[in-house]
Write a protein that binds this ligand. Structure first.
Ligand SMILES: [Zn+2]
Length: 287
């Protein structure tokens, strides 16, 4: 993990592998945290790395509902802000895919066949108390503290309740999972046309630095690269459907655009299949 000061008093926590990034913004009122990682232990480790205690945090913001951005919420006693749809879906998940008793059963069931996944999940759910946002907004929430202005703006796209955090004074943008850099985007909960429109809107901020949801710091070039990948993959999948092809036939088409290399390659095919399902109206997994 790297803690990078991207502007005075603004820190980006850039995390390796598949861990979600997070952020910290110092204000006169206290510290504002952007996203809370996938568990309390990881969130505390980020704060420790910059000598901040949870008691100094006056607000936590969830850019969207996914567990790798919200399951560290329990560390904070302060208000937690998110879009209304983010909170509503988290609340619904508590009675569905986020039922901890069911998650523990599935960890035990997969412990032999996939010990690495089981070990990671055990760490994630140990002591976990899924904590919902306490405050919601509709279109945007503007926060002003001294010279510091923080704008939390609803975007949708990656999930219906996805938001970005924009610091107009410093021109720093926390994009949440609207942006994945050097990794294939997770699009299971995405509305693909909405996501493509959201990326076009993102490039209008004129950000000096963008903290993506996953991967290294980036700029507008990476927005264009992700947009090109999504557009190319979406259009190619529409072509396959028009030809009457199956998802299996589409998945082996080598003319699809590539977006990332190495270990991330395994998500290339997953995204083709996800887009195929979305186009034919199939269901996707909410986790
Ligand atoms: Zn996400």
């Amino acid at each position: 993990m790297k803690a990078i000061e991207v502007a005075s008093g603004v820190i980006a926590f850039i995390r390796p592998d598949e861990g979600a990034n997070a952020g910290l913004i110092r204000t006169d009122e206290g510290i504002v945290v952007v996203d809370t990682t996938s568990c309390g232990a990881d969130m505390r480790a980020l704060l420790d790395a910059v000598d901040v205690s949870p008691a100094e945090v006056c607000l936590a913001i969830n850019t969207h509902l996914h567990s790798d951005h919200t399951w560290g919420n329990q560390v904070f006693d302060c208000p937690i802000l998110a879009h209304r749809l983010c909170r509503e879906t988290m609340e619904a998940n508590l009675e569905g895919p986020w039922k901890l008793a069911d998650i523990r059963i599935s960890i035990d069931e997969r412990a032999t066949s996939d010990p690495q996944w089981a070990a990671e999940m055990r760490k994630k759910v140990e002591g976990l108390e899924i904590t919902l946002p306490t405050e919601t907004f509709e279109d945007r929430r503007d926060l002003q503290s001294g010279e510091r202005r923080i704008e939390v703006i609803h975007f949708g796209g990656h999930t219906p309740g996805s938001s970005v955090v924009w610091l107009p004074g410093e021109k720093v943008l926390f994009s949440g999972d609207l942006l994945f850099v050097e990794r294939y985007p997770f699009i299971g909960d995405a509305d693909i046309p909405d996501l493509m429109s959201a990326l076009k809107r993102l490039s209008q901020f004129g950000a000096h630095v963008i903290v993506p949801g996953h991967g290294p710091l980036c700029g507008e070039h990476e927005i264009r690269a992700l947009l090109a990948y999504l557009q190319g993959t979406w259009e190619r999948t529409i072509d396959h459907l028009a030809l009457g092809d199956t998802a299996d036939e589409a998945a082996v088409d080598s003319s699809y655009p590539r977006y990332a290399e190495g270990a991330a390659e395994r998500y290339h095919e997953r995204n083709i299949r996800t887009m195929f399902e979305k186009l034919v109206g199939g269901e996707t997994c909410p986790l």
